[in-house]
Design a protein around this ligand. Structure first.
Ligand code: ZN
Length: 307
């Protein structure tokens, strides 16, 4: 991916796909058409990675917090979590290479507050970057990834003077932007603001209930049918209904798989606070996919083995 025609490619930034997705999911979650514009919140997070030969490699983006006020500030508790995260990243030889935040619906630039934050990072690490993302640009513009990366001209002064840094997203092809936008549709449907777990849990419960009742219904129907119909008729009926139930489940599975995947992109605090619940949901869903197959097999066995 190009996008730096106007700037020198030296000192560019290479983003991993997953880091880009963590940024866009976490930011779009709090600023998208399903939320009233006055309630849109700015999201801020940390970029982790490493520098090599003047190139900044961003391998992880960790969303920290969302705030509706313009300046994103962190409390003491956040700093403790960040310190812990830093330790974990360091054990993988990753360190903070910059930060990201969103400008929902507004231009991509560094405000005075942003300049202060960036100066604090760039003074000790001249390659430190500030990534600013506007989810609306991504969604509404034809071929726009929705973000820019900046550095201050001179981090020793608090002057609003900065320049754009060229970037690329590693290993992506033509379909990547489309794929990313698809993910945004998932966010808008399934990951709206807070209360994420209740939404997912209730969808899972409804799906289990619906599928189990479909399968139970089929079993009862075929057991009754057996009294009067031929084996061939029962077999045809079973095949037809099995295909219908599988089709229904596949549709649900597709959307739940997206929802479960989106749990990778929650904010740091949620990730830590709800770690057990996230694992539980993942396990539960994985187990149900197996259960579903077994239940259908059980119908087949019950109907055809006893004849
Ligand atoms: Zn800003």
């Amino acid at each position: 991916m190009r996008l730096w025609e106007k700037v020198d490619a030296k000192g560019k930034v290479i983003l991993e796909k997953d880091a880009y997705h963590a940024i866009i999911v976490s930011c779009y979650r709090f600023a998208n058409p399903s939320i009233m514009k006055s309630k849109w919140a700015e999201v801020q997070g940390i970029l982790y990675g490493y520098n090599k030969d003047g190139i900044v490699h961003v391998t992880r983006a960790v969303p920290l917090a969302h705030l509706s006020s313009v300046a994103v500030e962190m409390d003491d508790n956040d700093y403790v979590l960040v310190a812990e995260l830093e330790g974990e990243m360091a054990s993988h030889d990753l360190f903070q290479v910059g930060w990201f935040h969103s400008h929902p619906g507004i231009k991509l630039f560094l405000s005075l507050e942003d300049v202060k934050t960036q100066a604090g990072l760039q003074a000790p690490n001249p390659l430190a970057i500030a990534l600013v993302f506007n989810p609306i640009y991504l969604m509404e513009r034809e071929s726009d990834f929705g973000f820019k990366i900046f550095r201050l001209d001179d981090p020793s002064t608090i002057e609003i003077k900065f320049h754009e840094i060229p970037w690329e997203i590693a290993g992506t092809g033509d379909g990547f932007l489309k794929e990313s936008k698809m993910l945004m549709h998932g966010v808008q449907r399934f990951l709206r603001g807070e209360g994420v777990f209740d939404t997912i849990q209730s969808r899972l419960d409804k799906t289990y209930k619906k599928m189990n009742s479909e399968i139970f219904g089929l079993k009862t129907y075929l057991q009754n049918k057996k009294k009067t119909a031929t084996t061939e008729e029962i077999f045809n009926s079973f095949t037809k209904h099995k295909a219908r139930i599988e089709k229904l489940f596949n549709k649900k599975r597709e959307s739940i798989d997206i929802q479960v995947m989106l749990l990778d992109y929650l904010e740091l605090k949620e990730m830590l606070q709800y770690k057990d619940r996230i694992d539980e949901i993942r396990e539960e869903w994985k187990a149900y996919k197996q259960t579903f197959t077994e239940l259908l097999m059980d119908v087949e066995k019950t109907i055809f083995d006893s004849t």
